[in-house]
Design a protein around this ligand. Structure first.
Ligand SMILES: Cc1cc2nc3c(=O)[nH]c(=O)nc-3n(C[C@H](O)[C@H](O)[C@H](O)COP(=O)(O)OP(=O)(O)OC[C@H]3O[C@@H](n4cnc5c(N)ncnc54)[C@H](O)[C@@H]3O)c2cc1C
Length: 486
Protein backbone atom coordinates (compact mmCIF):
# COMPACT_ATOMS: atom_id res chain seq x y z
CA UNK A 1 0.00 0.00 0.00
CA UNK A 2 1.28 3.51 -0.81
CA UNK A 3 2.51 5.23 2.33
CA UNK A 4 1.93 8.90 3.12
CA UNK A 5 5.18 10.63 4.02
CA UNK A 6 5.13 14.21 5.30
CA UNK A 7 8.43 16.12 5.25
CA UNK A 8 9.15 19.26 7.28
CA UNK A 9 11.32 21.80 5.43
CA UNK A 10 12.76 22.05 1.94
CA UNK A 11 16.52 22.35 2.47
CA UNK A 12 18.98 20.15 0.56
CA UNK A 13 18.47 17.19 2.90
CA UNK A 14 14.66 17.28 2.70
CA UNK A 15 14.66 17.64 -1.08
CA UNK A 16 17.12 14.74 -1.43
CA UNK A 17 15.13 12.48 0.90
CA UNK A 18 11.87 13.42 -0.84
CA UNK A 19 13.22 12.25 -4.21
CA UNK A 20 14.48 8.92 -2.86
CA UNK A 21 11.22 8.26 -1.02
CA UNK A 22 9.07 9.17 -4.03
CA UNK A 23 11.24 6.98 -6.27
CA UNK A 24 10.50 4.09 -3.89
CA UNK A 25 6.78 4.55 -4.54
CA UNK A 26 5.63 6.60 -1.55
CA UNK A 27 3.29 9.56 -1.59
CA UNK A 28 5.57 12.39 -0.46
CA UNK A 29 4.60 15.93 0.54
CA UNK A 30 6.95 18.69 1.71
CA UNK A 31 5.77 21.48 4.05
CA UNK A 32 8.04 24.53 4.04
CA UNK A 33 7.35 27.53 6.27
CA UNK A 34 9.06 30.07 3.98
CA UNK A 35 7.64 31.37 0.68
CA UNK A 36 10.45 29.71 -1.31
CA UNK A 37 12.23 26.37 -1.10
CA UNK A 38 15.92 25.82 -0.33
CA UNK A 39 16.24 26.57 3.38
CA UNK A 40 19.63 28.05 4.14
CA UNK A 41 20.40 27.97 0.41
CA UNK A 42 17.71 30.42 -0.69
CA UNK A 43 18.30 33.33 -3.04
CA UNK A 44 18.04 37.11 -2.71
CA UNK A 45 17.26 39.27 -5.72
CA UNK A 46 17.38 43.05 -5.63
CA UNK A 47 17.74 45.79 -8.26
CA UNK A 48 19.13 43.41 -10.89
CA UNK A 49 21.56 41.74 -8.46
CA UNK A 50 21.29 38.07 -7.40
CA UNK A 51 22.89 36.61 -4.28
CA UNK A 52 23.04 33.15 -2.74
CA UNK A 53 21.86 33.75 0.82
CA UNK A 54 23.76 30.74 2.21
CA UNK A 55 26.26 28.36 0.56
CA UNK A 56 28.56 29.68 -2.16
CA UNK A 57 31.28 26.99 -2.40
CA UNK A 58 30.38 23.99 -4.57
CA UNK A 59 32.80 21.29 -3.43
CA UNK A 60 32.87 17.51 -3.91
CA UNK A 61 31.21 17.41 -7.34
CA UNK A 62 31.32 13.61 -7.17
CA UNK A 63 28.72 13.63 -4.35
CA UNK A 64 26.31 15.63 -6.53
CA UNK A 65 27.01 13.28 -9.48
CA UNK A 66 26.31 10.27 -7.28
CA UNK A 67 23.05 11.84 -6.07
CA UNK A 68 21.72 12.52 -9.58
CA UNK A 69 23.00 9.14 -10.85
CA UNK A 70 20.69 7.45 -8.33
CA UNK A 71 17.88 8.83 -10.53
CA UNK A 72 19.63 8.08 -13.84
CA UNK A 73 20.40 11.77 -14.23
CA UNK A 74 23.49 13.96 -14.22
CA UNK A 75 23.97 17.45 -12.73
CA UNK A 76 24.38 18.70 -16.32
CA UNK A 77 20.79 17.65 -17.03
CA UNK A 78 19.80 20.49 -14.71
CA UNK A 79 22.59 23.06 -14.32
CA UNK A 80 25.90 24.18 -15.80
CA UNK A 81 29.03 23.88 -13.66
CA UNK A 82 31.99 26.23 -14.03
CA UNK A 83 35.34 25.22 -12.49
CA UNK A 84 36.82 28.33 -10.91
CA UNK A 85 40.36 29.40 -11.73
CA UNK A 86 41.63 30.70 -9.48
CA UNK A 87 39.64 28.75 -6.93
CA UNK A 88 40.19 31.52 -4.38
CA UNK A 89 42.71 33.90 -2.92
CA UNK A 90 43.70 34.59 0.66
CA UNK A 91 44.79 38.02 1.91
CA UNK A 92 47.35 38.23 4.69
CA UNK A 93 48.12 41.95 4.51
CA UNK A 94 47.95 45.01 2.24
CA UNK A 95 48.37 43.87 -1.38
CA UNK A 96 49.69 40.64 0.10
CA UNK A 97 47.84 37.51 -0.88
CA UNK A 98 48.25 33.92 -2.05
CA UNK A 99 46.22 32.69 -4.98
CA UNK A 100 45.02 29.09 -5.05
CA UNK A 101 44.64 27.98 -8.64
CA UNK A 102 42.75 25.08 -10.14
CA UNK A 103 45.28 22.23 -10.19
CA UNK A 104 47.42 20.63 -7.51
CA UNK A 105 50.52 21.20 -9.61
CA UNK A 106 49.95 24.97 -9.69
CA UNK A 107 49.16 24.98 -5.97
CA UNK A 108 52.36 23.05 -5.25
CA UNK A 109 54.30 25.72 -7.12
CA UNK A 110 52.62 28.45 -5.07
CA UNK A 111 53.55 26.58 -1.87
CA UNK A 112 57.16 26.14 -2.96
CA UNK A 113 57.50 29.90 -3.46
CA UNK A 114 56.31 30.48 0.10
CA UNK A 115 58.30 27.74 1.82
CA UNK A 116 61.08 25.91 -0.03
CA UNK A 117 60.58 22.15 0.22
CA UNK A 118 56.85 22.48 0.91
CA UNK A 119 55.79 21.32 -2.57
CA UNK A 120 56.94 17.76 -1.89
CA UNK A 121 55.40 17.80 1.58
CA UNK A 122 52.15 19.03 0.11
CA UNK A 123 52.11 16.15 -2.36
CA UNK A 124 52.56 13.66 0.51
CA UNK A 125 49.88 15.40 2.56
CA UNK A 126 47.51 15.29 -0.43
CA UNK A 127 48.22 11.58 -1.08
CA UNK A 128 47.04 10.87 2.47
CA UNK A 129 44.10 13.28 2.04
CA UNK A 130 43.04 11.44 -1.15
CA UNK A 131 43.24 8.12 0.65
CA UNK A 132 41.05 9.53 3.45
CA UNK A 133 38.63 10.96 0.87
CA UNK A 134 38.20 7.54 -0.70
CA UNK A 135 37.52 5.97 2.69
CA UNK A 136 35.29 8.73 4.06
CA UNK A 137 33.33 10.19 1.18
CA UNK A 138 33.04 7.08 -0.98
CA UNK A 139 32.10 4.82 1.92
CA UNK A 140 31.92 5.89 5.59
CA UNK A 141 29.61 8.89 5.18
CA UNK A 142 27.10 6.64 3.46
CA UNK A 143 26.67 4.69 6.73
CA UNK A 144 23.71 5.83 8.85
CA UNK A 145 25.38 6.39 12.24
CA UNK A 146 23.33 3.64 13.85
CA UNK A 147 26.22 1.68 15.35
CA UNK A 148 29.85 2.38 16.33
CA UNK A 149 30.80 -0.72 14.31
CA UNK A 150 30.09 1.23 11.11
CA UNK A 151 33.40 3.02 11.66
CA UNK A 152 35.38 -0.18 12.17
CA UNK A 153 36.79 -1.26 8.83
CA UNK A 154 40.22 -2.52 7.77
CA UNK A 155 40.84 0.86 6.17
CA UNK A 156 39.90 2.92 9.25
CA UNK A 157 41.85 0.67 11.61
CA UNK A 158 44.99 1.56 9.68
CA UNK A 159 44.15 5.23 10.26
CA UNK A 160 43.14 5.01 13.90
CA UNK A 161 45.90 7.42 14.99
CA UNK A 162 44.39 10.10 12.75
CA UNK A 163 41.13 10.03 14.69
CA UNK A 164 43.01 10.97 17.85
CA UNK A 165 45.29 13.58 16.32
CA UNK A 166 44.02 16.88 14.92
CA UNK A 167 44.31 18.66 11.60
CA UNK A 168 46.15 21.45 13.39
CA UNK A 169 48.81 19.12 14.74
CA UNK A 170 49.35 17.23 11.50
CA UNK A 171 49.61 20.37 9.38
CA UNK A 172 52.10 21.93 11.82
CA UNK A 173 54.27 18.79 11.75
CA UNK A 174 54.94 19.32 8.05
CA UNK A 175 54.62 23.06 7.43
CA UNK A 176 56.19 25.99 9.27
CA UNK A 177 55.00 28.96 7.21
CA UNK A 178 51.95 30.43 9.05
CA UNK A 179 50.31 31.44 5.76
CA UNK A 180 50.46 27.89 4.39
CA UNK A 181 49.23 26.56 7.74
CA UNK A 182 46.23 28.92 7.59
CA UNK A 183 45.40 27.80 4.05
CA UNK A 184 45.63 24.11 4.96
CA UNK A 185 43.46 24.61 8.04
CA UNK A 186 40.81 26.53 6.11
CA UNK A 187 38.85 23.59 4.54
CA UNK A 188 37.90 21.96 7.82
CA UNK A 189 36.24 25.20 8.92
CA UNK A 190 33.35 23.99 6.74
CA UNK A 191 32.88 21.19 9.29
CA UNK A 192 32.10 23.77 11.93
CA UNK A 193 34.83 23.26 14.56
CA UNK A 194 38.31 24.62 15.19
CA UNK A 195 41.07 22.77 13.29
CA UNK A 196 42.60 22.05 16.72
CA UNK A 197 39.37 20.21 17.60
CA UNK A 198 38.91 18.39 14.26
CA UNK A 199 40.36 14.88 13.78
CA UNK A 200 43.30 14.67 11.37
CA UNK A 201 41.34 12.08 9.38
CA UNK A 202 39.20 14.97 8.11
CA UNK A 203 42.09 16.01 5.86
CA UNK A 204 39.81 14.61 3.13
CA UNK A 205 38.50 18.20 3.07
CA UNK A 206 41.94 19.26 1.79
CA UNK A 207 41.55 16.81 -1.06
CA UNK A 208 38.13 18.31 -1.81
CA UNK A 209 39.79 21.73 -1.87
CA UNK A 210 43.09 21.22 -3.76
CA UNK A 211 42.41 17.85 -5.41
CA UNK A 212 38.89 18.31 -6.77
CA UNK A 213 38.62 22.09 -6.92
CA UNK A 214 36.00 24.76 -6.46
CA UNK A 215 33.02 25.06 -8.78
CA UNK A 216 30.32 27.62 -9.43
CA UNK A 217 26.93 26.50 -10.72
CA UNK A 218 25.76 29.01 -13.33
CA UNK A 219 23.23 31.39 -11.70
CA UNK A 220 24.54 30.39 -8.27
CA UNK A 221 24.08 27.58 -5.75
CA UNK A 222 20.35 28.23 -5.85
CA UNK A 223 20.28 26.60 -9.28
CA UNK A 224 21.11 23.31 -7.51
CA UNK A 225 18.05 23.84 -5.29
CA UNK A 226 15.94 24.52 -8.39
CA UNK A 227 17.35 21.33 -9.94
CA UNK A 228 16.51 19.24 -6.91
CA UNK A 229 13.03 20.73 -6.67
CA UNK A 230 12.47 19.89 -10.34
CA UNK A 231 13.74 16.33 -9.88
CA UNK A 232 11.54 15.83 -6.81
CA UNK A 233 8.47 17.12 -8.66
CA UNK A 234 9.27 14.92 -11.68
CA UNK A 235 9.19 11.98 -9.26
CA UNK A 236 5.78 13.05 -7.95
CA UNK A 237 6.66 14.97 -4.76
CA UNK A 238 4.19 17.72 -3.78
CA UNK A 239 5.71 20.86 -2.29
CA UNK A 240 3.74 23.34 -0.18
CA UNK A 241 5.50 26.60 0.72
CA UNK A 242 4.16 29.12 3.29
CA UNK A 243 3.28 26.03 5.33
CA UNK A 244 4.40 26.31 8.91
CA UNK A 245 4.46 23.06 10.85
CA UNK A 246 3.16 23.85 14.34
CA UNK A 247 3.04 20.42 15.86
CA UNK A 248 3.95 16.78 15.23
CA UNK A 249 0.84 14.76 16.11
CA UNK A 250 1.49 11.52 17.97
CA UNK A 251 -0.95 8.91 19.27
CA UNK A 252 0.60 6.89 22.06
CA UNK A 253 4.10 6.56 20.65
CA UNK A 254 3.09 6.38 16.95
CA UNK A 255 3.32 9.40 14.71
CA UNK A 256 -0.05 10.44 13.25
CA UNK A 257 0.80 13.49 11.16
CA UNK A 258 1.42 17.21 11.28
CA UNK A 259 -0.44 20.31 12.25
CA UNK A 260 0.29 22.67 9.35
CA UNK A 261 -1.10 26.23 9.44
CA UNK A 262 -3.66 24.92 11.99
CA UNK A 263 -4.75 22.08 9.71
CA UNK A 264 -4.26 18.41 10.61
CA UNK A 265 -2.39 16.44 7.91
CA UNK A 266 -2.29 12.67 8.38
CA UNK A 267 0.88 10.74 7.61
CA UNK A 268 2.35 7.27 8.13
CA UNK A 269 5.86 8.66 8.39
CA UNK A 270 7.06 12.14 9.38
CA UNK A 271 10.56 13.21 8.36
CA UNK A 272 12.00 16.50 9.52
CA UNK A 273 14.78 18.35 7.72
CA UNK A 274 14.27 21.36 9.98
CA UNK A 275 16.84 21.94 12.73
CA UNK A 276 16.76 18.92 15.06
CA UNK A 277 16.34 20.96 18.23
CA UNK A 278 13.36 22.84 16.77
CA UNK A 279 11.76 19.63 15.49
CA UNK A 280 11.76 18.13 18.96
CA UNK A 281 10.04 21.25 20.34
CA UNK A 282 7.10 20.31 18.07
CA UNK A 283 6.63 17.23 20.30
CA UNK A 284 5.40 16.98 23.88
CA UNK A 285 8.34 16.94 26.31
CA UNK A 286 8.26 13.21 27.20
CA UNK A 287 8.56 12.35 23.49
CA UNK A 288 11.77 14.37 22.99
CA UNK A 289 15.02 12.38 22.95
CA UNK A 290 17.47 15.15 23.77
CA UNK A 291 17.20 17.61 26.68
CA UNK A 292 18.02 21.33 26.57
CA UNK A 293 21.12 20.41 28.57
CA UNK A 294 22.21 18.04 25.79
CA UNK A 295 22.02 20.79 23.16
CA UNK A 296 23.67 23.30 25.48
CA UNK A 297 26.74 21.06 25.75
CA UNK A 298 27.16 20.42 22.03
CA UNK A 299 29.75 22.16 19.85
CA UNK A 300 27.73 24.08 17.29
CA UNK A 301 29.09 25.33 13.99
CA UNK A 302 29.30 29.12 13.93
CA UNK A 303 26.56 31.54 13.09
CA UNK A 304 27.43 34.36 10.69
CA UNK A 305 26.92 38.01 10.02
CA UNK A 306 26.34 38.31 6.29
CA UNK A 307 26.07 41.31 3.99
CA UNK A 308 24.72 41.19 0.46
CA UNK A 309 26.04 44.29 -1.28
CA UNK A 310 25.37 45.83 -4.69
CA UNK A 311 28.41 47.84 -5.85
CA UNK A 312 28.15 50.60 -8.43
CA UNK A 313 31.40 49.50 -10.17
CA UNK A 314 33.54 46.42 -10.77
CA UNK A 315 36.00 45.86 -7.91
CA UNK A 316 39.75 45.34 -8.28
CA UNK A 317 42.22 42.89 -6.74
CA UNK A 318 39.65 40.32 -5.66
CA UNK A 319 38.65 36.88 -6.93
CA UNK A 320 35.29 35.12 -7.00
CA UNK A 321 36.13 33.75 -3.52
CA UNK A 322 38.45 35.88 -1.39
CA UNK A 323 39.41 35.19 2.22
CA UNK A 324 40.73 37.85 4.58
CA UNK A 325 43.10 36.16 7.03
CA UNK A 326 45.09 39.27 7.93
CA UNK A 327 44.34 38.90 11.66
CA UNK A 328 45.16 35.96 13.96
CA UNK A 329 42.69 33.09 13.64
CA UNK A 330 43.20 31.84 17.23
CA UNK A 331 41.82 35.05 18.75
CA UNK A 332 38.70 34.98 16.55
CA UNK A 333 38.22 31.22 17.14
CA UNK A 334 38.30 31.84 20.92
CA UNK A 335 35.48 34.38 20.49
CA UNK A 336 33.46 31.79 18.59
CA UNK A 337 34.06 28.62 20.59
CA UNK A 338 35.61 29.28 23.99
CA UNK A 339 34.30 32.59 25.30
CA UNK A 340 31.48 33.55 22.93
CA UNK A 341 31.49 37.27 22.15
CA UNK A 342 31.58 39.63 19.20
CA UNK A 343 35.13 39.37 17.82
CA UNK A 344 37.30 42.47 17.99
CA UNK A 345 39.37 41.57 14.93
CA UNK A 346 37.33 39.11 12.84
CA UNK A 347 38.52 37.13 9.88
CA UNK A 348 36.06 37.45 7.06
CA UNK A 349 35.21 35.94 3.71
CA UNK A 350 33.94 37.67 0.59
CA UNK A 351 32.42 36.30 -2.58
CA UNK A 352 31.93 38.19 -5.83
CA UNK A 353 29.85 35.88 -8.02
CA UNK A 354 29.53 38.57 -10.71
CA UNK A 355 33.24 38.07 -11.52
CA UNK A 356 32.29 34.68 -13.00
CA UNK A 357 28.59 34.97 -13.65
CA UNK A 358 27.01 37.85 -15.56
CA UNK A 359 23.61 36.91 -14.12
CA UNK A 360 24.72 38.01 -10.62
CA UNK A 361 24.88 41.76 -11.29
CA UNK A 362 23.96 44.35 -13.94
CA UNK A 363 26.76 45.07 -16.43
CA UNK A 364 29.64 47.08 -14.97
CA UNK A 365 28.51 46.45 -11.40
CA UNK A 366 29.62 43.94 -8.75
CA UNK A 367 27.66 41.70 -6.40
CA UNK A 368 29.47 41.17 -3.08
CA UNK A 369 28.69 38.77 -0.26
CA UNK A 370 30.61 39.29 2.99
CA UNK A 371 30.58 36.74 5.81
CA UNK A 372 31.93 37.03 9.36
CA UNK A 373 31.74 33.78 11.38
CA UNK A 374 30.29 34.32 14.88
CA UNK A 375 29.41 32.39 18.00
CA UNK A 376 25.74 31.32 17.91
CA UNK A 377 23.48 33.00 20.45
CA UNK A 378 25.13 36.45 20.54
CA UNK A 379 23.10 39.62 20.99
CA UNK A 380 22.29 40.78 17.44
CA UNK A 381 21.22 44.41 16.85
CA UNK A 382 21.12 46.70 13.78
CA UNK A 383 23.74 48.93 15.43
CA UNK A 384 26.22 46.07 15.91
CA UNK A 385 25.69 44.92 12.31
CA UNK A 386 26.44 48.45 11.07
CA UNK A 387 29.53 48.70 13.24
CA UNK A 388 30.88 45.47 11.74
CA UNK A 389 30.07 46.49 8.19
CA UNK A 390 32.14 49.64 8.68
CA UNK A 391 34.89 47.64 10.34
CA UNK A 392 35.31 45.18 7.48
CA UNK A 393 34.88 47.83 4.77
CA UNK A 394 37.83 49.81 6.18
CA UNK A 395 39.96 46.67 6.14
CA UNK A 396 38.68 45.56 2.75
CA UNK A 397 39.59 48.91 1.16
CA UNK A 398 43.04 48.97 2.74
CA UNK A 399 43.92 45.36 1.96
CA UNK A 400 42.71 45.44 -1.62
CA UNK A 401 43.92 48.99 -2.21
CA UNK A 402 40.72 50.58 -3.53
CA UNK A 403 37.68 52.59 -2.54
CA UNK A 404 34.58 50.42 -2.20
CA UNK A 405 32.22 51.77 0.44
CA UNK A 406 31.31 54.90 -1.45
CA UNK A 407 30.24 52.70 -4.40
CA UNK A 408 27.71 50.73 -2.33
CA UNK A 409 24.27 51.03 -3.97
CA UNK A 410 22.55 48.97 -1.27
CA UNK A 411 23.35 46.40 1.36
CA UNK A 412 21.20 43.85 3.13
CA UNK A 413 22.30 41.95 6.19
CA UNK A 414 21.47 38.56 7.67
CA UNK A 415 22.54 37.49 11.15
CA UNK A 416 21.63 35.47 14.24
CA UNK A 417 18.09 36.83 14.66
CA UNK A 418 17.35 36.09 10.98
CA UNK A 419 18.64 32.51 11.26
CA UNK A 420 16.26 31.97 14.17
CA UNK A 421 13.31 33.66 12.51
CA UNK A 422 13.79 32.21 9.01
CA UNK A 423 14.80 28.63 9.87
CA UNK A 424 14.02 28.07 13.58
CA UNK A 425 17.74 27.64 13.97
CA UNK A 426 19.06 26.73 17.44
CA UNK A 427 20.75 29.89 18.77
CA UNK A 428 20.90 31.14 15.18
CA UNK A 429 23.57 28.64 14.09
CA UNK A 430 24.39 28.92 10.40
CA UNK A 431 25.63 25.45 9.57
CA UNK A 432 24.52 23.00 12.17
CA UNK A 433 26.33 20.77 14.59
CA UNK A 434 30.12 20.67 14.21
CA UNK A 435 31.98 17.50 13.23
CA UNK A 436 34.30 16.95 16.20
CA UNK A 437 35.51 13.48 17.21
CA UNK A 438 32.74 13.22 19.81
CA UNK A 439 30.15 14.47 17.34
CA UNK A 440 30.93 12.09 14.49
CA UNK A 441 28.71 9.36 12.98
CA UNK A 442 26.92 7.32 15.69
CA UNK A 443 27.71 10.07 18.25
CA UNK A 444 25.50 12.58 16.43
CA UNK A 445 21.73 13.06 16.95
CA UNK A 446 20.06 10.01 15.43
CA UNK A 447 18.22 9.86 12.11
CA UNK A 448 15.42 7.78 13.67
CA UNK A 449 13.54 8.76 16.81
CA UNK A 450 13.93 6.33 19.68
CA UNK A 451 10.71 7.58 21.28
CA UNK A 452 8.23 8.10 18.44
CA UNK A 453 7.55 5.34 15.90
CA UNK A 454 7.54 6.67 12.37
CA UNK A 455 9.43 9.89 13.14
CA UNK A 456 12.75 10.53 11.37
CA UNK A 457 15.28 13.37 11.12
CA UNK A 458 17.69 14.54 8.45
CA UNK A 459 19.98 17.51 7.77
CA UNK A 460 23.05 19.24 9.03
CA UNK A 461 22.39 18.67 12.74
CA UNK A 462 22.22 14.92 12.23
CA UNK A 463 24.29 12.39 10.24
CA UNK A 464 26.75 12.92 8.58
CA UNK A 465 27.01 16.68 9.29
CA UNK A 466 27.20 20.25 7.99
CA UNK A 467 27.57 21.28 4.34
CA UNK A 468 25.66 20.79 1.12
CA UNK A 469 27.22 17.42 0.10
CA UNK A 470 26.61 15.91 3.58
CA UNK A 471 23.02 17.18 3.46
CA UNK A 472 22.44 15.30 0.18
CA UNK A 473 23.93 12.19 1.77
CA UNK A 474 21.81 12.66 4.91
CA UNK A 475 18.68 12.61 2.73
CA UNK A 476 19.77 9.34 1.19
CA UNK A 477 20.66 7.72 4.53
CA UNK A 478 17.37 8.58 6.15
CA UNK A 479 15.33 7.46 3.17
CA UNK A 480 17.09 4.07 3.34
CA UNK A 481 16.19 3.79 7.03
CA UNK A 482 12.58 4.71 6.29
CA UNK A 483 12.35 2.18 3.46
CA UNK A 484 13.72 -0.47 5.79
CA UNK A 485 11.06 0.42 8.37
CA UNK A 486 8.27 0.28 5.79
C1 LIG B 1 25.84 31.43 5.38
C2 LIG B 1 26.07 29.99 5.06
C3 LIG B 1 27.10 29.64 4.22
C4 LIG B 1 27.32 28.30 3.90
N1 LIG B 1 28.29 27.99 3.01
C5 LIG B 1 28.39 26.73 2.55
C6 LIG B 1 29.20 26.45 1.42
O1 LIG B 1 29.80 27.35 0.85
N2 LIG B 1 29.26 25.16 0.98
C7 LIG B 1 28.56 24.16 1.58
O2 LIG B 1 28.65 23.00 1.15
N3 LIG B 1 27.75 24.41 2.63
C8 LIG B 1 27.64 25.67 3.11
N4 LIG B 1 26.77 25.96 4.12
C9 LIG B 1 26.04 24.88 4.76
C10 LIG B 1 24.84 24.41 3.94
O3 LIG B 1 24.18 25.50 3.39
C11 LIG B 1 23.90 23.64 4.86
O4 LIG B 1 24.61 22.60 5.48
C12 LIG B 1 22.69 23.04 4.14
O5 LIG B 1 22.11 23.96 3.26
C13 LIG B 1 21.71 22.59 5.20
O6 LIG B 1 20.61 21.97 4.63
P1 LIG B 1 19.52 21.25 5.55
O7 LIG B 1 18.64 20.48 4.65
O8 LIG B 1 20.17 20.53 6.66
O9 LIG B 1 18.72 22.41 6.32
P2 LIG B 1 18.07 23.85 5.95
O10 LIG B 1 18.62 24.39 4.71
O11 LIG B 1 18.20 24.66 7.18
O12 LIG B 1 16.55 23.48 5.73
C14 LIG B 1 15.62 23.37 6.79
C15 LIG B 1 14.29 23.88 6.30
O13 LIG B 1 13.29 23.62 7.28
C16 LIG B 1 12.39 24.72 7.29
N5 LIG B 1 11.65 24.74 8.56
C17 LIG B 1 12.13 24.96 9.81
N6 LIG B 1 11.13 24.89 10.71
C18 LIG B 1 10.00 24.63 10.03
C19 LIG B 1 8.64 24.45 10.41
N7 LIG B 1 8.25 24.50 11.70
N8 LIG B 1 7.73 24.22 9.44
C20 LIG B 1 8.09 24.14 8.12
N9 LIG B 1 9.36 24.31 7.71
C21 LIG B 1 10.31 24.53 8.65
C22 LIG B 1 13.31 25.91 7.12
O14 LIG B 1 12.61 27.05 6.71
C23 LIG B 1 14.28 25.39 6.08
O15 LIG B 1 13.81 25.65 4.78
C24 LIG B 1 26.50 27.30 4.45
C25 LIG B 1 25.45 27.66 5.30
C26 LIG B 1 25.23 28.99 5.59
C27 LIG B 1 24.07 29.37 6.45
Amino acid sequence: MTKQIAIIGSGFSSLAAASYLAQAGNNVTIYEKNPTVGGRARQLQRDGFTFDIGPTWYWMPDVFERFFADFDKTPEDYYELIKLNPAYSVYFGENDFITIEDTLEKIRNAFEKEEPGSSKKLQEFMDEALDNYNIAIKDLVYRPGVSPMELVTTATMKKIGQFFSTISKEVRKEFKNPRLIAILEFPVLFLGAKPSNTPAFYSFMNYADFGLGTFHPKDGMYSVIIAMKKLAEELGVTIHTNSNVEKIEVQGTKVKGLLVNSEMIEADIVLSGADYHHTETLLKKPLRQYSEKYWEKKVFAPSSLLFYVGFEKKLQNVNHHTLFFDVPFEEHAKDIYDEPKWPEHPLFYASFPSITDTSAAPQGKEAGIFLIPLAPGLNDTPEIREEYFNKIMVRFEKLTNQEAKKYVIFKESFCINDFVEAYNSYKGNAYGLANTLLQTAFLRPKLKSKKVDGLFFTGQLSVPGPGVPPSLISGKLVSNLIQKEL
